[in-house]
Each structure stands twice: as C-alpha cells, then as structure tokens.
Design a protein around this ligand. Sequence first.
Ligand code: AMP
Length: 400
Amino acid sequence: MSTFSEYNFAGQKALIRVDFNVPLNDKMEITDDTRIRAAIPTIKKILSDGGMVILMSHLGRPKDGPTDKYSLKHLVKHIGKLLGGKTPVLFANDCIGEQASMTAGMLKPGEVLLLENLRFYKEEEKGDEAFAQKLAKLGDVYVNDAFGTAHRAHASTAVIAKFFPKGKKMFGLLMEAEVNSAEKILHNPQKPLTAIIGGAKVSDKILIIENLLEKATDIIIGGGMAYTFMKASGGKIGGSLCEEDRLQTATDLLKKATEKGVCIHLPSDSVIADKFDAAANTSTAPSNNIPDKWLGLDIGPNACDQFSNVIHKSKTILWNGPMGVFEMQKFQHGTKTVATAVAESTQKGAFSLVGGGDSVAAVNQFGFSDKVSYVSTGGGALLEYFEGKELPGIAAIRNS
Ligand code: AMP
C-alpha cells in the first residue's frame, strides 16, 4: 500500500473520493463546512506536487436521479475559497459520461474538478462494477479520503479500488489520520483504556460495548442508555428512557464484563426532571431510585466525580455519546464535566479520541475540540470500526 505523503503526484490526475455531504439551507448555502475543510490538506498536497484533483462525493439522499437541491454545484465557490481563492475549481454536471471525461482530460496541473453527485446514479450505492470502472477511467491514482462513508461498499468508496493497480490507490490524509487514531485504541492501546459510551439508545451501542469488553479496562456508561442498565440491575428509574426489550441484553453485558474483569461504571446519581423540557423542575436522585414520573436527564454531581476519577487515571480514552440531554442547559453539566476530564487527562499525556455525531457536537459546542487528541469525522463508520467490523472502504485499499 502506498503512503499518500510519500507519493509524488506531479502530472498525475488524482481521483479523490471525499465526503462532502454537508448541510445546506434553503438558499443552498453551506451551514457547516467541517467535512470540506477536513479534505483540504489532501487536495493541497496533490496540487502543490503539480498534480490535478478530481473530486467525487455524494450529497444527501437523492431518490430519483438529478435534483437541483442535491447538486454539488452549490459547493464549487466555497471549495475555491477554502483553497485560498486562486485555484480554479471546475464543475462537471455529471460524474461519468462525455462532459466528465472531457473536462477531466483537459485538466491542467494545479486545477480542481468537482464531479456531480455520485448518488444521482443508483449504481453508486449498489456498488455497480461497470459504474465504478467508468469513474476509475477519469483518474490515474485513486485516493480515498471519505472516512464518513468507509463503512459502505459503494462503487466509489470500495469497488473502484480494483480498477487501480497496487501503488496507485491509497488513503488521503484525513482517512490516514482517522485510521491511525482508531488503531491507537483498537491495537495495543496504552492501559488503562477507558471507553465512555453515552447517548440515547442501548440498542445502537450493544456491538461496540461487546467489542470493547475485549479491550477496555473501564467502560463508563452515561446518557439515556444508562437507565436500561440500572433497571436491569433492579433499580427504580421512574420515567427515564428504558428499552424494555434490551433489559436481558444489558444484564448479559454486565455479566460478561464481570467475567472479563472489565469495570463498568454506571452513574451513581442523576439530575432528574419532572418533564422532558428545558424549563422543567429539577432535582438529584440516586440513579437506581428515581421517583415515579421523574426522569433522569443527566448524570448527577456524584457521578461527575465518579466518572472524572476514572478518566483521570486513563492513558487511552474513547468517547462516544453525551452523558445527558446536553442540548438543554440544565442537563449539560455531566457532558461538560466529562469533556473537561478528558481534556485534563489528554494534557497529562493520555490519547483521547472523540467520535460519533453527538459527542462531537458537544465537544465543539463546549470548546474542547482542540483539547482532545483527535475528533473523528465519522459517525456510523467510526461506530462500525469500533464494533470490530472491517470497513469496505479501508479493506478495498489495504487488501488489494
Ligand atoms: P445518540 O445519538 O444515541 O448518541 O444519542 C444522543 C442523544 O441522546 C442526544 O440528543 C441527547 O439529548 C440524548 N440523551 C442523552 N441522555 C439522555 C437522557 N438521559 N434522556 C434522554 N435523552 C438523552
């Protein structure tokens, strides 16, 4: 497998799969450009080598072919701006076909071509070989920098790799950073390794907890999902979130953890509310003794200390999912406290990775994104990675 940084792109057309699936408002303006910014170093390195860049991505979930709302043309200007305003960014209003191949063919070193939305073709998500081959013809080298879609075996994320010889397919800088960070946790992490798992649903996180039971020293469980575990252990949880059909799963996970010597930490107390509302009346209670009709919406003050102590002793930390309803001010203290502890531990030398939609949003909202070792751009992809699955986008490059 070639390394992106060592490769000289001079005179080469690099076909890069990026994840430019950014949110747009009614005026077709980008409301969060994180995903585009994340790919800029990869693009810049190719251009500065004297190479040409062809960008391909999906945007949204178009159902019936080309739709203005999902056109990548809305991104052209902004990409140019992020590249410094001097790089020509061309646009092909199809990702395959005559216009795409002609424009790609005429591309000069230092230029960028953005192809139209890959998902305007059903073949993309189906992983169609003929479609992948047509895309492949546009470039000399294939670069995958779309970690956010690495868990999909789509034409442009995985299948396409087979049409490039060894040495002409590689991860981009973002993908490399994502993979390296995840591997620091999955392979030979410095111990103690603590996984902090939060969010709403146990059902979404069962596989990740199961896989981490093989690796972690401690697993902290917070957020709404903690109450299913509390109830499974005989606690009274009032009206807190509970997945009744997962009580047995929770019991099994707790048992497995004991067998494997992994310490599971559930919040000893909770901030409780008389309704799910930003203006609700609040109090605190032991998490296993919440009064009827009250619901646990954040970890309590004792749990904050309990979790912080574990985090401070850790050398490697993975954090996925908030500790409470952090979107409401009254219930964000737990998530903030955990973010602070992760930042402090990082400062003392621990490696910390934050990933998965809402914990990333929380870390950004509270201003901690530059105080942790790595903030992942992958939601579903990161979860699947930590579930122990081989991601097709990674395997396609590594194993061929
Ligand atoms: P997830 O997407 O599963 O990571 O869940 C994130 C969501 O879980 C956020 O929108 C939080 O508001 C929500 N959440 C966290 N803790 C609780 C809780 N105790 N009760 C209800 N929702 C919660």
